[in-house]
Design a protein around this ligand. Sequence first.
Ligand SMILES: O[C@H]1[C@H](O)[C@@H](O)[C@H](O)[C@@H](O)[C@H]1O
Ligand SMILES: [Fe+2]
Ligand SMILES: [Fe+2]
Length: 317
Amino acid sequence: MADVLIQQPAHMPQFRTDRDGHAFETLCDEIEAADIAADQATQNTGDWEPSRFDSEKDKTQFRQYETACDRVKEFYKEQHTKQTVAYNLKARNDFHSKSRAEMTIWEAMERLNTLIDESDPDTELSQIEHLLQSAEAIRRDGRPRWMQLTGLIHDLGKLLFFFDARGQWDVVGDTFPVGCAFDDKIIYGNKSFTENPDYNDPIYNTKYGIYSPGCGLDKVMLSWGHDEYLYHVVKDQSTLPEDALAMIRYHSFYPWHQQGAYQDLMNDKDHKMLRAVKTFNPYDLYSKSDDKPSVEKLKPYYLELIDEYFPNKVIKW
Ligand SMILES: O[C@H]1[C@H](O)[C@@H](O)[C@H](O)[C@@H](O)[C@H]1O
Ligand SMILES: [Fe+2]
Ligand SMILES: [Fe+2]
């Protein structure tokens, strides 16, 4: 097979699609050692060790939205204008009224492969590669098997794009609550929402809006997209633990898990969830500059892992 050079953002190493060889073998040894640790690990107790990325990556290279390309800026302008309370109620209603497709987890990963995420300034890899990079980074750090699987599937909600979506603005990108004032810590700030009809609403544009202090994030409507959609699919059809569900549901809620906004809406349970989501985040974000994974070599390991937590092979999407 001929090598194909993939265009990478400037800070990433260039590589070829069928690169293999020494680096991959070393990685395999490391992963094998980590697997032994992970096999012994049970479900999380709430005390998380920091990730290996904390010392390895230059974090200033990621999520640079001010200098991002126009595609990213235009994406967020559209998303911030169209994510309204009315739209979010309708999207949830549509979601619960039917199932859209039936396929296995692996088929879903392959299906997603044609989607290039317009909101993402940090990777131009395909989704299957991003999912494997996240899962492999989690595995390399010796995290439990359920968390490795969470890494593998966390973005599968982007399948929405092929079903009922109106564009990418209701599928990808960071999330934020609708129904209360848009926080300035959201990407491009509160002013990015001036064309959103809810921006001038006398109730929605107050600090708590339709919510109350400490009501808990379970009661808060986060902008509709791949997180919320996949959360429901996985909650109903897998045996993954609560921390895994939180990692999926809130992984794009950067204003909360990274910027510390919306704290006043949290209840006690959300504080535990926040620790889990924060632990997951580096594997999602910083693995984007890792080497490209070999899909075929990794497939058998992950097929077995999927079977462990999804009792039915075929998932209703
Ligand atoms: O651009 C990215 C991408 O869409 C991710 O899947 C999402 O989780 C992030 O929050 C977002 O910033
Ligand atoms: Fe995501
Ligand atoms: Fe991701």
